[in-house]
Design a protein around this ligand. Structure first.
Ligand code: ADP
Length: 439
C-alpha cells in the first residue's frame, strides 16, 4: 500500500489530496467548493503514469457532502482507473458507475491506500495525537461539536462518507487543536469561575495546530537542530491568523482561544476584544447573539476596518493613500508585535520567528512592520532579503534576518495536507507496532 488520501471536509467545501508515500509527491488533488449553492465548483488535478499534469474544472449543483464525496470518487476513478470524466457521462451513467465503484474493490485496489487522513477542527481535551477512527472516536468528535458547530459536523460528514467508500482502510483523524494540548494550565485557563471549565469545557484550545507543527519541524531543519531543542514563535497569517509560542518543540501558548475568534486581527474576525463590548452592543444597539456572532466573526478584522479582507488589495489601497487601508495594516501589525513581545517574554530565548500563511509568506510589509524596533531583542530583519523576489521552486523556505541577528526570521510556506498525510501514515505505522496513537 503506497498512497495516502487526505480529506479536508469544511462547512461548504471538500478538498482532497492523494500522496505517494515513498516521496510524498502529490499524485492527485482537487476540491468541491460551494456545496449547497446552485453553482458548486469542482476542480481536479492529477499526474498520469508518465508524470504528465492534467487539470479539469466544472460547475454543477452539489447539494450535500455525500454528493460532494461522490464527485471526488468519480474524479479519483477518472485518475486511477481511467473512467470518463463526469461531464462526458449522462446522469444515469454516473449513477451506474458510482454504484459499481461503491460495490466493487477496483478503485480501492487502484488507489493502493495505506490510510485516509481526515482534518478535524476540534478535538477538545480528548485528542492530543492523530487517532485511528472507530465508532467511539466518531462519537467523541460528535460530542465535541458544540465547541465547533460549523466545523466538526462537516468534518464528520467527510469521515462517515469516506469510511463507507473505503471500508477496509484505516482512517485517521488529525486534529487542529492537538498540537496545543501541551499548553500548561496557566496558559489555557481563563480567569472565570472554575465550574465553567470543569462542567462546560470553557478554556483555551488553540487552532491551526497542524500548520504550526509543520512549520516548526521545517524551521528546526533550517536551524540544523532537533525540534526538541528549538524555541520558536510561529505566525500563521492567512485569512484566519494565529501566533504560537513553542518551547523545546512543544506548544506552550497560542493566540486563538476556545474558538478561533481570539487573538490576532484576521480577514473578517476581530481577534482580541474587551468582552464588555458584547454587553454594550447588546444593551445599546439591541443586537442579539446571532447578529453579534456574525459581526465579530464575519464583518470585523481587516474587512471591518477598511471594507476589504484581501491583504493584496489593502496594500494597493494603502499605497494610493487610503487611510482606512493604512489603519487596517497598522492595527494588524501592532497586534502582531504585541504577541511577538509577549511570547518572547514567555519563552525567554527565541531561536526563530517563523512567518507562514498567505500573508506571512508573501507580504513583506507585514513582516517588516511587525518586527520593526525589536532589534534590542536580537530581532534584526534584513530589508533586502525580506523584499527580494524568491524563486518559487528553489527558494520557498528562506531566512530574512541579517547575518548577525541572534533570532532568525524564517519564511516557510505551510502545507497542512502534507502534515496530515504524514501524521496519518505515522499513526498507522505506530498502530502496527509502537504506540503513536491514543485518544
Ligand atoms: P486561508 O486562511 O483562507 O488559507 P491564505 O493562507 O491563502 O488564507 O491567506 C490569504 C491571505 O493572504 C489574503 O489576505 C491574501 O490577500 C494574502 N496574500 C496572498 N498573497 C499575497 C501577496 N502576494 N501579498 C500580500 N498578501 C497576500
Amino acid at each position: 500500500m503506497s498512497k495516502i488520501l487526505v480529506i479536508n471536509s469544511g462547512s461548504s467545501s471538500i478538498k482532497y489530496k492523494l500522496y505517494d508515500r515513498d516521496d510524498w509527491r502529490v499524485l492527485a488533488s482537487g476540491s468541491v467548493m460551494r456545496i449547497g449553492e446552485p453553482a458548486s465548483e469542482i476542480h481536479s488535478e492529477w499526474l498520469d503514469g508518465r508524470g504528465e499534469h492534467y487539470s479539469s474544472r466544472s460547475t454543477t449543483p452539489i447539494a450535500t457532502h455525500a454528493d460532494g464525496m461522490d464527485r471526488i470518487l468519480l474524479a479519483l476513478a477518472g485518475q486511477l482507473i481511467n473512467t470518463p470524466p463526469p461531464h462526458e457521462m449522462t446522469e444515469e451513467e454516473i449513477d451506474h458507475l458510482l454504484q459499481a465503484l461503491k460495490d466493487g474493490e477496483a478503485l480501492a485496489e487502484a488507489a493502493e491506500l495505506a490510510a485516509v487522513g481526515h482534518r478535524v477542527v476540534h478535538g477538545g481535551e480528548a485528542f492530543h495525537l492523530p487517532t485511528l477512527v472507530d465508532d467511539d472516536v466518531i462519537e467523541a468528535i460528535r460530542h465535541m461539536s458544540p465547541l465547533a458547530p460549523l466545523h466538526n459536523p462537516a468534518n464528520l460528514d467527510g469521515i462517515l462518507v469516506a469510511r463507507e467508500l473505503f471500508p477496509g482502510i484505516p482512517h485517521v483523524a488529525v486534529f487542529d487543536t492537538a498540537f496545543h494540548q501541551t499548553m500548561p494550565r496557566t496558559a489555557y485557563r481563563y480567569a472565570i469561575p472554575d465550574y465553567l471549565y470543569r462542567e462546560h469545557w470553557v478554556r483555551r484550545y488553540g487552532f491551526h495546530g497542524t500548520s504550526h507543527h509543520y512549520v516548526a519541524k521545517r524551521a528546526a531543519h533550517m536551524l540544523g537542530k532537533p525540534l526538541e531543542q528549538c524555541n520558536l514563535i510561529t505566525l500563521h497569517l492567512g485569512n484566519g491568523a494565529s501566533a504560537t509560542a513553542i518551547r523545546d518543540g512543544a506548544s506552550v501558548d497560542t493566540s486563538m482561544g476556545m474558538t478561533p475568534l481570539e487573538g490576532l486581527v484576521m480577514g473578517t474576525r476581530c481577534g482580541d476584544l474587551d468582552p464588555a463590548i458584547h454587553f454594550y452592543l447588546s444593551k445599546h444597539l439591541g443586537l442579539d447573539n446571532d447578529t453579534l456572532d456574525d459581526l465579530l466573526n464575519r464583518q470585523s478584522g481587516l474587512l471591518g476596518l477598511c471594507g476589504v479582507n484581501d491583504m493584496r488589495e489593502i496594500q494597493r489601497k494603502a499605497q494610493q493613500g487610503d487611510e482606512a487601508a493604512e489603519l487596517a495594516i497598522g492595527v494588524t501589525c501592532h497586534r502582531l508585535k504585541k504577541y511577538i513581545g509577549a511570547y518572547y517574554a514567555e519563552l525567554g530565548r527565541v531561536d526563530a520567528i517563523v512567518f507562514t500563511g498567505g500573508i506571512g509568506e508573501n507580504d513583506a510589509e507585514t513582516r517588516a512592520r511587525s518586527c520593526a524596533g525589536l532589534e534590542r531583542l536580537g530581532i534584526e530583519l534584513d530589508p533586502q532579503a525580506n523584499t527580494r523576489p524568491h524563486d518559487q521552486l528553489t527558494d520557498l523556505e528562506r531566512d530574512i534576518a541579517t547575518a548577525a541577528s541572534p533570532v532568525r526570521l524564517l519564511v516557510i510556506p505551510t502545507d497542512e495536507e502534507l502534515e496530515i498525510a504524514r501524521q496519518a501514515f505515522e499513526a498507522v505505522a505506530g498502530a502496527d507496532g509502537s504506540s503513536s496513537v491514543s485518544s
